[in-house]
Design a protein around this ligand. Structure first.
Ligand SMILES: [Fe+2]
Length: 255
């Protein structure tokens, strides 16, 4: 089988956090990784949705439709009030762009995001292979809803990359879950099926505030965590009335 992507970085859930995303891009460049795939939720929650969207378009081979991208273009589905207010503020950033050509171009991009990418080696979606935009696959589901995994694992051949929960790690068919820490930040590929959650660039929720992404090589998946200038992001959130201050402070402890 031919590798269609070569050495590949996979990022997800940037959520308008420019400081975190810039740090990730610098590390990707430092490692000489040429291809980047984004699993969606480029916007929503954070203070720099337009800058992140433009950077994703410039740097990523493809970007998928996440539930927040969907919410800004269509309508928020199952959002709490803080997330909904942030969604409408993000939408206003698109609408208030004074340059009509750029405004139309960004809208067109957002409305045309694919829901999945399939290669010879993997399938990638924002959320889950059976409900690609909205279904959460949580580590706790192993205990509370193990049958869910039977149906989810039937939907792909070998590897499936997801984001959405903002909790990085690997699900095996057991079902089992391993956090990056338990894997020593490296998952060696075997013939076993696996769902890999790449974590979130812009709003990690595993109690580790460092930005998260993965680099995929021929034989392994490396989980990468990096500190970034989170104080600047928190300050920007505080300066925008429509963004709840919690959307900033939660970044400080990764929740
Ligand atoms: Fe997200």
């Amino acid at each position: 089988m031919e590798r269609e992507f070569g050495m590949l970085a996979i990022v997800s859930d940037i959520h308008g956090n420019l400081e975190a995303f810039s740090t990730v891009l610098e590390e990707i460049d430092r490692r000489g990784v040429e291809n980047i795939l984004c699993l969606g939720d480029v916007v929503g929650y954070g203070p720099n949705p337009m800058e992140c969207l433009d950077l994703v378009r410039e740097r990523c081979r493809a970007s998928l439709m996440g539930n927040h991208d969907f919410a800004v273009f269509y309508e928020p589905f199952n959002f709490n009030s803080g997330a909904e207010t942030a969604c409408y503020w993000t939408r206003s950033q698109f609408e208030n762009d004074p340059d009509p050509v750029r405004r139309a171009d960004r809208w067109k991009h957002l409305g045309n995001l694919p829901v999945r990418v399939r290669t010879n080696e993997f399938v990638a979606v924002h959320a889950s292979p059976r409900r690609p935009i909205n279904e959460y696959i949580f580590p706790d589901d192993i205990y509370t809803n193990p049958s869910k995994f039977v149906s989810i694992f039937e939907r792909f051949d070998r590897l499936c990359f997801v984001g959405h929960t903002h909790v990085p790690g690997v699900f095996l068919e057991g079902p089992d879950f391993y956090s990056p820490d338990e894997l020593d930040y490296k998952f060696e590929l075997t013939d076993e099926k696996a769902i890999i959650n790449v974590g979130s660039v812009g709003q990690p929720r595993d109690r580790d505030p460092r930005t998260s992404f993965v680099v995929v090589s021929e034989s392994a998946i490396e989980f990468i965590r990096l500190p970034y200038d989170v104080d600047t992001t928190v300050r920007k959130v505080e300066q925008i009335d429509e963004l709840d201050n919690f959307l900033g402070t939660r970044l400080l402890d990764g929740r």
